[in-house]
Design a protein around this ligand. Structure first.
Ligand code: CA
Length: 229
């Protein structure tokens, strides 16, 4: 890695925070930790990290609130939620709050490192296309924004950009969910199909004129999705 990526870890359980710090530093990352939500939000604004690992249960705020607070200032930085819960509803709520991904405790550190590496690789790669158009909507890959008609541009998160970009690479063709998982999230990451579906819902709100009757991001039943421009 040519430039060292900073990872902010927001986690109140000392042994987990320390374990993550040791493991990620061993892998070449710079790691700074915070044990409260307030301290975490401040640390993120000071450090401008490449990735944030965020515990769901913190003493002063919950992870959803922290996520929303971070997203008010930075729509793009990848946020991976660490959750002891495995209920789908919690995950969906986390994704709605602006998290990009989640890892359920206890997690394998190797899997987490692989996921972080996949994100860094993609964030650091030179942009192919800077922007593209979907109907009335302009997606700006470098600015991580989407602009619908004459409206103000809206921020896109890391995975939203990657998902749109991947669908655009295959424009007009059905793309399987498994392939989306592999290409956008990476082979070692295993988010459920529900994660993809949740991202599609969020993207439709940003891209479609009538999100409930999508004209561009189409469902291919039992298979995946297809982008039509
Ligand atoms: Ca906790």
């Amino acid at each position: 890695m040519s430039t060292q990526t900073t990872v902010v870890v927001i986690e109140d359980e000392p042994h987990i925070a320390l374990g993550l710090k040791d493991a990620l530093e061993f892998e070449g990352f710079r790691v700074v930790t915070a044990d409260t939500g307030v301290a975490g939000v401040r640390l993120v604004s000071e450090e401008r990290p490449g990735v944030i690992l965020l515990d769901l249960m913190l003493p002063d705020m919950n992870g959803y609130q922290v996520c929303e607070e971070i997203r008010r200032h930075d729509g793009y930085v990848p946020i991976i939620m660490l959750t002891a819960r495995s209920q789908e509803a919690d995950k969906i709520r986390g994704l709605d709050a602006g998290a990009d991904d989640y890892v359920t405790k206890p997690f394998a550190i190797g899997e987490l490192v692989a996921r972080i590496r996949a994100i860094i690789r993609r964030v650091n790669r030179p942009p192919g296309i800077e922007s593209f158009q979907i109907g009335e909507v302009v997606v700006n890959v470098t600015a991580h924004t989407v602009q619908k008609g004459g409206n103000a541009s809206e921020p896109l998160s890391y995975y939203e950009v990657e998902l749109l970009r991947f669908l655009y690479e295959r424009v007009g063709q059905p793309v399987a969910r498994d392939e989306i998982l592999d290409r956008v999230w990476g082979l070692d990451a295993c988010p459920s199909n529900r994660t993809i579906d949740n991202f599609i819902v969020k993207l439709r709100r940003k891209v479609e004129l009538t999100p409930r009757e999508p004209a561009h991001i189409l469902t291919v039943y039992g298979y995946g999705y297809k982008l039509v421009v």
